[in-house]
Design a protein around this ligand. Structure first.
Ligand code: UAG
Ligand code: ATP
Ligand code: API
Ligand code: MG
Length: 504
């Protein structure tokens, strides 16, 4: 509980209209989450204006609203906390409301186009093996030790994030490992968080719909390193940076703290040498002054995962985890849901489900697939709607170049027409295809069934873009959809000589 006056004092120019004596029991910007004594934050969003939900919030128990609009109408008895700028007000008030939870735990933030989720899972495993209680916040879910909670954004907004951190603190987490998306950095969702270790994985094209240029996108990522540089209550902060990536330099330039660099191709503090990518994993040697050399046989494969391992090891070293604990986890770590995940349904060919949804992701994953494939690669992939359109033909080109059979399909079309997305994907496919086998099937289920139907013994069917997702977002709503489930159904249907429509 905090008094509304306390909250108002945090914001220059704030004014309380109505009862000044009220106590605030919670802060929410979603009317559906409001309870008794809540301060309801009215956000004019992209889709709807939060001011429309004031009455609903009042019925649900909200005692006050936070707004920038003096002319707003509220039910009798409701207090208005009027501020000049909403985001700045939230950034000041919400961490204060929860007593700055991030100050009581060590926080590891991971940014970069690809590899954040994978790095976060490996880091979590290492820290837990070292005996710490770990919270995780990222694309797939929120975790507090073994307990799992749903999540809607990779990095939640400041209201949900601070609330989550407060619960983690109250449950005694020593560490929080969190993915920090470029949207979150641009929108200050991580305000009030003092990071102990900030990790940069890589920067390649994505989200140009939002950031417009790669430069803006890079500078948004660099804000994580501005955060880690800010003076605060924490000691011993470190920036862990991939210096094989050209943007690594920019991240380091923003990081006024200790640096721990990692690379395969460049000189760096932490290096992987003698890298061999195999079907079931990758063998390499890790080199760092603190332990000399560490020979490893990973159970996850692809050069990109060697980089993800180095990000996680860099974070663990920055947090002074012993090399023995690190090695023990790397030798046993098997998978991250939906990332290069093998689907075993008794078939005589391989099926892999992967979350590659950027040009770099598609390229990395298909190159890895090529290294391990015994026969043909049949790739099923699409591009999300309401997202960076410029990546569509590029992903089409890469799939056509690196797979033997391409089946272009829908990812999450969201509000867009699936066929128009496919037109843009196909433009890239056609440029590159030569005489390769190419099909276009908008229905993702049919596309997966078709790939399975086409597969011959020892082929590799690779289904890209949706990984762990168990839904598909269509214009008319969201349906249950799970690539792994559908792939298993397709194998079963093929065995029984049935088609796609018979087994749903
Ligand atoms: C562009 C963007 O960042 N949009 C975010 C924004 O949504 P919005 O502006 O559309 O909000 P809105 O739906 O119009 O709602 C406005 C207000 O009305 C409220 N409302 C709405 C309905 C209702 O019944 N009652 C109610 O009170 C909402 O809670 C909100 O406060 O505010 C929402 C609440 O915080 C976010 O969930 C939403 O993220 C959307 C879902 C999104 O897709 N974001 C993507 C682009 C994103 O942020 N992605 C990155 C990951 C990228 C990566 O890892 O590659 C991420 O961190 O997830
Ligand atoms: N280090 C990497 N470099 C390039 N591609 C990668 C890397 N790690 C993973 N990938 C590819 O990107 C996909 C997504 O990986 P992951 O979920 O770890 O990334 P992410 O950064 O969390 O993505 P998102 O931004 O959607 O949350 C993987 O399924 C794989 O295809
Ligand atoms: N964090 C990414 C995830 C993309 C996943 C892909 N399946 C899609 O829907 O485009 C985004 O929101 O752009
Ligand atoms: Mg992620």
């Amino acid at each position: 509980m905090k008094s509304i006056c306390e909250l108002a004092r945090l914001v220059d120019g704030a004014e309380i209209i109505g009862n000044k004596e009220i106590e605030i029991a919670g802060i929410e910007h979603d009317s559906r989450k409001v309870g008794k004594g809540t301060l309801f934050v009215c956000i004019p969003g992209v889709h709807v204006d939060g001011h429309q939900f004031i009455r609903q919030a009042a019925v649900a128990g909200a005692c006050a609203i936070l707004t920038t609009r003096r002319d707003v109408e509220v039910p009798d008895g409701m207090t208005i906390l009027l501020v000049p700028e909403l985001r700045a007000a939230l950034d000041a008030m919400v961490p204060y409301f929860y007593d700055y939870p991030a100050r009581s735990m060590r926080i590891i933030g991971i940014t970069g186009t690809n590899g954040k989720t994978t790095t976060s899972y490996i880091t979590r495993a290492i820290l837990r093996h070292a005996g710490y209680k770990v919270g995780l916040i990222g694309t797939i879910q929120i975790m507090m030790e073994e307990e799992v909670f749903p999540i809607h954004n990779t990095t939640p907004d400041v209201v949900e994030l601070q609330h989550t951190l407060a619960i983690m603190r109250d449950r005694g987490m020593d560490y929080v490992v969190m993915e920090v998306s470029s949207h979150a950095l641009d929108q200050d969702r991580v305000a009030g968080i003092e990071f102990d270790t900030a990790v940069f994985t890589n920067l390649t094209q994505d989200h140009l719909d939002y950031h417009k240029t790669l430069e803006n996108y890079m500078l948004a990522k660099a804000k994580l390193f501005d955060h880690v540089s800010e003076p605060g209550v924490k000691q011993g902060k470190t920036a862990v940076v991939n210096v094989d990536d050209a943007a690594g330099k920019t991240m380091l330039a923003h990081a006024d703290c200790a640096h721990l660099t990692y690379a395969i191709r460049q000189p760096a503090d932490l290096r992987a040498t003698d890298v061999h990518v195999l079907a079931g994993g990758a063998n390499f040697t890790l080199n760092h002054d603190s332990f000399g050399t560490m020979p490893l046989q990973l159970h996850i494969t692809g050069i990109f995962n060697v980089y993800n391992v180095m990000s996680a090891v860099g974070a663990a070293l920055a947090e002074h985890v012993s090399p023995e604990n690190i090695a023990a986890v790397l030798r046993t770590f098997t998978s991250v849901p939906g990332r290069f995940e093998l689907v075993k349904a008794g078939q005589d060919f391989s099926i892999i489900v992967d979350y590659a949804h950027t040009p770099d992701g598609v390229e990395n994953v298909l190159r890895t697939a090529r290294e391990i494939a015994k026969k043909k690669i049949i790739a099923v992939f699409g591009c999300g709607g309401d997202r960076d359109r410029t990546k569509r033909p590029i992903m089409g080109r890469l799939a056509a170049k690196l797979a033997d059979v391409v089946i272009a399909t829908s990812d999450n079309p969201r509000s867009e027409d699936p066929e128009s997305i496919l037109d843009e994907v196909e433009a890239g496919v056609r440029e590159t295809i030569g005489d390769k086998h190419h099909e276009r099937i908008a229905d993702r289920r049919e596309a997966i069934f078709r790939a399975v139907e086409l597969a011959e013994p020892e082929d590799l069917v690779i289904i890209l873009g949706k990984g762990h997702e168990n839904y598909q977002i269509l214009k008319d709503g969201t349906i249950h959809f799970d690539d792994k489930e559908v792939a298993c159904e397709a194998v079963a249907a093929r065995r029984e000589g049935k088609g796609c429509r018979h087994s749903s």
